[in-house]
Write a protein that binds this ligand. Structure first.
Ligand code: ZN
Length: 89
């Protein structure tokens, strides 16, 4: 079954005013969380997610590893779209 990430909360954790790069921590419904790096201005455009990494609090919901893996990279689009939706609320 395909993994369906559900973002429940988001928090901007760092922002670089000079180059429009910001980082967000997203909490997922399954208790996982991940850090996303975005490039772009949230107020005037649609920032693009350039990087995603899982925080190592819970085993990966996709491959079940409890150490670093790259599974979330495949879900950068649905997760970042939900993050942006929440940030614009
Ligand atoms: Zn994994």
């Amino acid at each position: 079954m395909a993994y369906r990430p559900q973002v429940v909360s988001t928090e901007i954790v760092s922002k670089n005013q000079s180059n429009d790069i910001f980082q967000v921590i997203a909490q997922l419904e399954d208790r996982n969380s991940c850090r996303l790096t975005f490039n772009g201005d949230l107020e005037t455009g649609t920032p693009k997610a350039t990087h995603i990494s899982r925080m190592l609090k819970e085993p990966c919901p996709i491959c079940r590893k409890d150490y670093l893996c790259n599974c979330f990279t495949r879900y950068i689009e649905p997760i970042s779209a939900q993050v942006l939706q929440q940030l614009k609320k």
